[in-house]
Design a protein around this ligand. Structure first.
Ligand SMILES: Cc1cc2nc3c(=O)[nH]c(=O)nc-3n(C[C@H](O)[C@H](O)[C@H](O)COP(=O)(O)OP(=O)(O)OC[C@H]3O[C@@H](n4cnc5c(N)ncnc54)[C@H](O)[C@@H]3O)c2cc1C
Length: 333
């Protein structure tokens, strides 16, 4: 099994196994636990800065949420700028905007620096309100974005066959193939002398004065510093009280008549639906997601897929359901 779950991810065919041939007995500068986009991005930068690093991954690179993402590259978030201003003030909401832009730039720069072929494309995104309640939400979202200087412009057209009341266009967003991207980063990391150890579950850590000892399923590993890139770090900590795991569902469809919307799309239902396309083996596919819920709060997760599929079939001329995936994701509670 290359990923968790029984369903096949659209990205799965690109997952690569890394040989286990590094020396785990040395004292590392940094151990990075978790081989998703967070862990690998961190590891590459540390290794390039001259640190001796190892990534310990419980299963395989891309096994976690990164292998189940829909991989839109946005500089706007589920938490709207209006909400961020309300909760954290205008200056901090502006910082959030810069962080979003910076995150996209880091990915673009990595693609360029390490020459990674990962289907990256600049895209325009559309937020659309389906009823009056959503229209009010959209107005608030656009107003919040304008306060932090983020470009969202009302538009009369959307490239999706979905009836809407109001819509906004957001230029300069992106999309990529997440597994091709992290595979390229992982190869660059190894090229620079980094070590990847897969099938290596990190069970606990013990902090001594000068170093940390990690107990893993492959023995002990020692390092001066540890980065947990595993969502919430293990043990009981404050994050457990502020975030909760959610599930989101994604299905890839082939459409009749080649009528694929070329852009990124999001409605404002609660939970919202999200759309993009991806070319896999020469064939365009529509990736649609939604039906999010708190993990454990749906009795029949198969039904969530059915609901998503039925919803998409209302608007798109679906030919075949090709891939489906479900992954947990953390949200503030
Ligand atoms: C359906 C869905 C759609 C999404 N769409 C988008 C999107 O369009 N755009 C966007 O920006 N974000 C999106 N996200 C969120 C995004 O995918 C995640 O934020 C991101 O992939 C998290 O990456 P990560 O490296 O932090 O975690 P992961 O990819 O989950 O990596 C963590 C890794 O740690 C490993 N691990 C865990 N515990 C241990 C341990 N004890 N020892 C060793 N290894 C361990 C796991 O096996 C895993 O491989 C989406 C999420 C979902 C679920």
């Amino acid at each position: 099994m290359n990923r968790d779950g029984t369903r096949k991810s659209i990205w799965q065919e690109e997952i690569k196994r890394f040989p286990s041939d590094g020396d785990l007995n040395q004292l590392f500068d940094v151990v990075i636990v978790g081989g998703g986009i967070t862990g690998i991005s961190t590891a590459v930068r540390l290794q390039l800065s001259g640190k001796k690093c190892v990534i310990l991954e419980a299963s395989n690179i891309g096994f976690g949420t990164t292998g189940g993402t829909s991989a839109h590259l946005n500089d706007f978030f589920d938490t709207t700028y209006a909400q961020a201003i309300k909760d954290f003030g205008l200056q901090n909401a502006k910082l959030l905007k810069y962080v979003g832009i910076e995150a996209k730039n880091i990915i673009k720069n990595n693609i360029h620096e390490f020459n990674i072929d990962c289907d990256f494309e600049n895209k325009t995104a559309y937020l659309f309100a389906l009823d009056e309640k959503q229209e009010k939400q959209l107005n608030d979202i656009v107003e919040g974005a304008s306060q932090v200087g983020h470009q969202m412009i009302f538009t009369n057209d959307i490239p999706f066959p979905i009836p809407f009341k109001r819509a906004a266009v957001i230029p300069d967003q992106g999309q990529f193939h997440p597994i091709k991207y992290i595979k390229g980063l992982a190869e660059a990391f190894i090229d620079k002398g980094g070590i990847i150890e897969e099938d290596c579950l990190c069970e606990s850590h013990d902090e001594q004065e000068d170093f940390v000892t990690l107990k893993t399923s492959k023995g002990t590993v020692r390092a001066k510093k540890v980065v947990y890139a595993t969502h919430i770090p293990p043990g009981v900590n404050i994050l457990h009280f502020t975030v909760a795991p959610y599930r989101s569902y994604v299905i890839a469809f082939s459409l009749k008549g080649n009528n694929y919307p070329k852009d990124l799309g999001y409605d404002l239902t609660d939970p919202y639906h999200y759309y993009r396309i991806q070319n896999i083996n020469g064939e365009d596919l529509l990736i649609a997601g939604g039906e999010d819920h708190k993990t454990g709060h749906a009795d029949d997760t198969g039904e969530c897929f059915s609901k998503l599929e039925n919803y998409v079939r209302q608007y798109f001329d679906v030919d075949t359901t090709m891939y489906s995936l479900v992954k947990p994701v953390l949200r503030t509670c």
